[in-house]
Design a protein around this ligand. Structure first.
Ligand code: FAD
Ligand code: NAD
Length: 405
């Protein structure tokens, strides 16, 4: 009998969890498994703010996919998915096509610019390794040319970060540590640098514990970050941004660097494939399949699940993507073995920790509030745990964060 073919799109947190769980649970004769990813490496999306600021080398945030998959059981295809043809049960890649019996889509997020003019052209987003590298190099170039080029000198050292959600705050934490190093390296007076964070909501980290938010704001302000709260970015052009409160446009801020960290959406492939979605996120069934598609699982940032307690979607996180990956793998095994009912996915949120640079953080873990070095220690443990879950102790030793004390 022909073996069922399982195709996994994306080797991020969700996709690699599915792949590494399936390779343990499924026999070679039971199924054919194919993993498709744009690059031959996986990157830790949750560390990209560090690579973007230049506090961690980009090679530290990525590793070869082949290091964590069993090549006797999984075929790895380096390819870029373009469209999913659900009727024909195949995925169109830039490089060809791949057919499937069961498909897992774990293609991650894209920046959501809400149609704000100019952001897609003039702002950077912390979205993958190459984008992170570009941000780091762009900022460094501004410092390198400050003393050698007169044109646009004033705004060269102004860095705007759009959004004070977790990505914006974690990036600011790294940037605040990196800027003094850049000043020293390029003979720049620190007082000439402006780091401005623009947040549309009435507070930084909307919805997070106010005491922890105050800690984060005062930590970052002490390091020179200015916050414009209750202020939205309305437009971005090559000179900087226009900001406003409500419908009013109040100010144009000249800036050499604009980093848009004000939200994400699911991968556009979902909508381009005619799958019903809200901002690229598909409201999946409790078993993680797409309604009306028995053979299609969507997990991670492309999926949407509702927190029934507050009747709002869970924010897309690596924590959830990894937990979904485990359930998705078990459900696929149940399907190929005709084992009856599928498992229901329920997130088990253990907490949230937001770093404020290498040695400081805020967070809630197992119901307890943490700040400073304890929170920072917890954050590194979370980072190491993600490596452990996918690649075991060997990957932790190779890529883990041990600069703890
Ligand atoms: P990803 O892990 O992003 O993986 C997607 C994969 O798909 C990538 O390998 C990509 O190369 C590949 N891909 C994309 N398009 C294609 C294509 N067309 N064809 C083939 N392959 C493709 N969450 C937390 O829980 N804790 C944190 O501390 C945290 N920190 C974060 C910090 C930052 C700076 C950012 C940006 C996010 C952070 N998040 C955090 C959110 C978390 O990173 C995401 O929720 C998580 O990565 C989602 O996992 P995923 O598997 O859906 O996608
Ligand atoms: P987010 O949606 O969580 O935050 C975006 C912020 O941008 C919001 O505060 C919003 O009010 C603001 N904003 C929106 N439009 C704006 C505008 N026009 N001008 C100014 N501000 C504007 O997005 P994110 O921070 O990119 O996070 C994405 C996901 O990744 C979230 O689910 C988050 O929980 C997760 N994440 C988690 C961690 C962590 O756990 N440490 C770190 C980073 C990201």
């Amino acid at each position: 009998m022909k073996k069922p073919k399982i195709v996994i799109l994306g080797a991020g947190y969700g996709g690699l969890m599915v792949a590494t769980r399936l390779q343990k649970q499924v026999g070679v004769n039971e199924a054919e498994i194919v993993l498709v990813n744009k690059n031959d490496y996986h990157y830790e999306t949750t560390w990209l703010h560090e690579a973007s600021a230049g506090t961690l080398h980009h090679d530290r945030v990525r590793y070869d996919v082949k290091n964590v998959i069993d090549r006797n059981k999984i075929e790895f295809v380096q390819g870029t998915a373009v469209e999913i043809k659900t009727e024909e049960k195949k995925v169109i890649l830039e490089e060809g096509e791949v057919t499937y019996d069961y498909l897992v889509v774990s293609l991650g997020a894209e920046p959501e610019t809400f149609g704000i003019k100019g952001l897609d052209v003039h702002a950077f987003s912390i979205i993958n390794v190459n984008a992170a590298r570009q941000i780091r190099e762009h900022i460094e170039y501004q410092f390198a040319t400050y003393n050698t080029e007169e044109e646009k000198k004033d705004e060269r050292l102004t860095i705007v970060v759009g959004g004070a959600g977790f990505t914006g705050i974690e990036f600011l934490g790294e940037l605040a540590n990196r800027v003094p190093e850049l000043c020293k390296e390029y003979d720049v007076d620190y007082s000439k640098v402006k780091i401005i964070c623009v947040e549309a909501a009435p507070t930084v980290l909307p919805g997070f514990d106010p005491e922890l938010v105050n800690y984060a704001v005062s930590h970052l302000e002490k390091k020179g970050v200015q916050f414009l709260i209750g202020t939205a970015i309305k437009e971005c052009n090559e000179d900087g941004i226009t900001v406003g409160k409500g419908d009013e446009e109040v100010e144009h801020i000249k800036a050499g660097t604009v980093v848009w960290a004000a939200g994400v959406r699911g991968n556009s492939i979902i909508e381009n494939s005619g799958i019903e979605a809200m901002r690229g996120r598909v409201k999946v069934q409790p078993d993680l399949r797409v309604p009306g598609h028995e053979d299609l699982f969507i997990i991670g940032d492309c999926s949407l699940i509702i927190n029934e307690e507050i009747n709002r979607p869970y924010p897309p996180t690596a924590q959830i993507a990894m937990q979904q990956g485990e359930v998705c793998a078990r459900n696929i095994v149940a399907l190929i073995r005709n084992k009856g009912e599928l498992e229901t996915f329920t997130p088990d949120i253990k907490g949230t920790v937001c770093s404020l640079g290498e040695d400081d953080a805020i967070g809630v873990a197992f119901g307890k509030k943490l700040v400073g070095s304890k929170a920072s220690f917890m954050k590194k443990m979370i980072d190491n745990r993600a490596l452990f879950m996918i690649g075991g102790p060997g990957l932790v030793l190779k890529k883990g964060k041990f600069n703890i004390f």
